[in-house]
Design a protein around this ligand. Structure first.
Ligand SMILES: [Ca+2]
Ligand SMILES: [Ca+2]
Length: 125
């Protein structure tokens, strides 16, 4: 009795937000067990910060990668000037997750990206 040691590890079963990914509190991979949107390999991007305590990678690290990645589909990849100047999107360097800051649109005679007001929020994960 007592000192023998039961042996074997207790499996991590804590999953408060019921997203199917066990909490990091007990060694599981879920970096935020208070928000079901946050879990490893989350493919979606979100424009509002996670509920509860932020993940170590940030309040927008919904895929638990350890960093906040901006939705690549809306990033400005460059300006094109054929007959008209076109191109707009988030500036990779200055855009801020969950805010309207950093939207750029290609314009001017030189067809270069310039800050442009927007009402949409940058989605990240
Ligand atoms: Ca979660
Ligand atoms: Ca991430």
């Amino acid at each position: 009795m007592g000192s023998g040691g039961a042996g074997g590890e207790v499996p991590c079963t804590i999953d408060e937000d019921e997203d199917g990914s066990p909490s990091s509190v007990c060694g599981g991979p879920d970096c935020n067990d208070e928000d079901a949107r946050a879990k490893p390999s989350q493919p979606s991007y979100f424009d509002s910060p996670m509920l509860g305590r932020a993940a170590p990678g940030g309040a927008f690290d919904f895929d638990c990668s350890g960093a906040e990645e901006k939705d690549p589909t809306d990033l400005l990849t460059g300006c094109t000037l054929m007959n008209v100047c076109s191109g707009e999107g988030w500036d990779e360097a200055t855009a801020v997750c969950g805010t309207v800051n950093g939207w750029m649109k290609c314009k001017t005679v030189a067809c270069e990206p310039q800050p442009e007001p927007t009402t949409q929020l940058l989605r990240c994960h």
